[in-house]
Design a protein around this ligand. Structure first.
Ligand SMILES: Cc1cc2nc3c(=O)[nH]c(=O)nc-3n(C[C@H](O)[C@H](O)[C@H](O)COP(=O)(O)OP(=O)(O)OC[C@H]3O[C@@H](n4cnc5c(N)ncnc54)[C@H](O)[C@@H]3O)c2cc1C
Length: 159
């Protein structure tokens, strides 16, 4: 069902594609938005075992879109190095397709929030992390994106 990449020489291995997701600090989540307009929204995230975790508010365009349709894609650009004399960019990126769900179970929410906290502030203490999660607990919404299909691509010049 998912498409094959046309330019085979530029395909990254699954391991390298995952590496992009592990290294990235933000990406663009594409959802089915209002009235057939796609909603592509930039978000921080964390990758773990073929899953991506996001945090956000309990209401808004993003949440409404997820509640309407759980199919999503997420794109992370690792490199976009413009080379003016060549009228090109030396790029590397990954695109994941999958299903996204809003976590409801308290244990799952805490675990996902913890993963994000470790990703973005690994130097914090356990109690510092816990405090931060508790501070935002009431308004915290965690989302889990289960990756069904992942591709990575880099410009031919990087091969
Ligand atoms: C690098 C980066 C990382 C981010 N990380 C997070 C994160 O981890 N969690 C989080 O909740 N938010 C994050 N944000 C903010 C995020 O992009 C959204 O603004 C936010 O999640 C609210 O989304 P919403 O659909 O609920 O907003 P709503 O206010 O409900 O959206 C309504 C409308 O506002 C406009 N809009 C919303 N967001 C943006 C935007 N970023 N830029 C331009 N127009 C916008 C759109 O037209 C949208 O239809 C990040 C933004 C950036 C750039």
């Amino acid at each position: 069902m998912f498409r094959e990449m046309r330019r085979k020489k530029q395909i990254l291995t699954p391991e390298k594609s995952i590496e992009i997701l592990k290294k990235g600090t933000s990406g663009v989540l594409a959802l089915s938005g209002d009235d057939g307009y796609p909603y592509a929204v930039p978000l921080s995230y964390v990758y773990e075992n073929s899953m991506l975790y996001f945090h956000g508010a309990k209401e808004g365009h993003k949440i409404d879109a997820i509640r309407t349709c759980d199919k999503a894609s997420f794109c992370v650009v690792e490199q976009d190095h413009i080379v003016p004399p060549k009228y090109t960019t030396y790029y590397r990126s990954a695109i994941a397709f999958g299903r996204i769900r809003i976590l409801e179970d308290e244990k799952e929410v805490r675990r996902a929030a913890w993963l994000l906290a470790v990703r973005y502030y690994p130097e914090d203490t356990e109690s510092g992390r816990q405090e931060e999660i508790n501070k935002y607990w009431k308004s915290l919404c965690m989302m889990e994106f289960s990756i069904e299909h992942l591709t990575g691509k880099e410009s031919i010049e990087l091969r």
